[in-house]
Design a protein around this ligand. Structure first.
Ligand code: HEM
Length: 166
């Protein structure tokens, strides 16, 4: 059976080594906290204003300000900054935290569309950092599609290892 990593690579089209290029330099040191706040604010403004109701509605039970903070704290932590996310919320456990949402291929593409737009409009991020970030986002998005699918298949069958993937 294909691993989540294999599925993520295949479905995203991102080579595994490009997906971890975010670790080649410390993006938090390079870009600073405010840049991450700006990016997540820009992204979620687009999500909450999405003309596509099916996608916008995935976020209808979430508070926009909280969603922005959850996201930038995770990005800061993942990209070389302080562990703001885990200090506040514990394990990142992204698959588990997405399992109640319809994380389909189509939803991943829509999420990535908004993130690409947010990156395109970010004057405070250089091109090299943008490339590293979008590859990481794309790979992670399809990792989540594969992970949520697997988790929901295993519903009720007690998959002990599911919580250890992220
Ligand atoms: C694939 C399509 C995706 C969908 C449909 C989706 C949907 C959601 C929704 C509805 C939330 C709840 C908002 C909140 O209250 O924080 C959320 C949270 C979050 N998402 Fe996603 N997401 C996707 C992809 C991603 C990707 C690619 C990443 C990381 C690169 C990510 C990272 C997060 C984080 C860190 C949270 C906060 C979790 C928490 O603290 O509960 N998501 N997502």
């Amino acid at each position: 059976m294909a691993s989540l990593e294999q599925k993520a690579s295949e479905w995203s089209g991102v080579d595994p080594k490009d997906a971890v290029a975010v670790d080649e330099i410390n993006l938090f040191q390079k870009l600073g906290l405010q840049t991450f706040i700006n990016l997540s604010t820009n992204f979620y403004n687009r999500v909450y204003d999405d003309e596509e109701e099916w996608f916008r509605s995935i976020f209808s039970n979430s508070n926009k300000e909280e969603a922005i903070r959850n996201q930038y704290e995770f990005f800061v932590q993942r990209m070389g900054g302080p562990n703001l996310y885990s200090q506040r919320k514990g394990h990142t456990a992204l698959i588990g935290r997405h399992r109640t949402f319809p994380v389909t291929h189509k939803a991943a593409e829509r999420w990535l569309h908004h993130m690409q737009q947010a990156l395109d409009s970010a004057a405070d991020i250089d091109e090299d950092s943008k490339t590293k970030m979008i590859n990481f986002f794309r790979h992670t998005a399809f990792f989540l599609v594969a992970g949520v699918e697997l988790k929901n298949q295993n519903k009720g069958t007690g998959c002990k290892n599911c919580s250890h993937h992220h």
